[in-house]
Design a protein around this ligand. Sequence first.
Ligand code: NAI
Length: 280
Amino acid sequence: MGLLDGKVAIITGSGAGIGKQHAIALAKEGAKLVVNDLGGARDGSGTSTKVADTVVAEIKKMGGQAVANYDSVATIQGATNIVKTAKDAFGRLDILVNNAGILRDKTLLKMSEDEWDIVIAVHLKGTFAMSQAAARFLKEQGQGGRIINTTSIAGLMGNFGQTNYSAAKGGIYSMTKTDAMELEKAGVTVNAVAPIAYTRLTEDLPMFAGQEKDLAPEHISPVVVFLASDLSKGITGKIFGVQGRKIYQFYMKMTDGVTKSDGMWTPKEIQDNINKILAE
Ligand code: NAI
């Protein structure tokens, strides 16, 4: 008996890295899978059917069920096709894991319009497009469901040289909160993971040197299996940080602040109270 027996899952960008490990972990728990991957380079250029096909073959070899899809998540048409692949192959959908991603790192001062647009398209629009297509189907199906997004510490705390990526991932944080509220009535939970893992996206970063094992991408997948399964019933709108063996929660905080007893604040009074306003 698996935790996900009889369930159908789409995992975007599951031909490599973290997504591939999610696909294998969900398949081991009995889920039938749509392995979506455009098969491009780390910067989103190019396409190939090979990566998705390889993961499908691996899952079938394990005795699981999987089909490949090579559409880009970055368009409504692509997202519609990916959801249709689940419908056509397995007749239903239960779980969507929004994981596909690329990098085009540049500082604010150096970033081109193309570098901004493509990163926003794959991460932010892709998560929107997939969530909308899947949520419409889940609502129609009437049996609830699970959406698991992928944000990043860069989006939650900022990161030097990643204006485009941090904006997209910050947007995915907000989308997770809002979609969790909007889909509650339909019984669909929406959560997110903020992973830290050794993959082709991070292998050249000094902080990841020598951490291939400790930060192996498979460490992220148990949280995704938990969120995809009935074990996470009632948990929605949460952001799970995962780094190797450590799991934690990210959440937004509001300080107690200061309320003026009467009238409007003057800028000088704000300066005088700045430590109380910012006190954490
Ligand atoms: P990866 O590059 O190994 O895997 C990403 C996969 O997404 C690739 O196989 C790629 O072909 C696919 N993909 C890219 N654009 C696509 C598109 N338009 N449509 C469909 N598939 C597409 O990267 P990794 O590290 O596994 O990243 C997975 C997710 O985790 C990404 O969203 C990334 O931003 C996020 N993340 C990763 C971190 C890490 O430490 N590796 C840190 C924080 C977030």
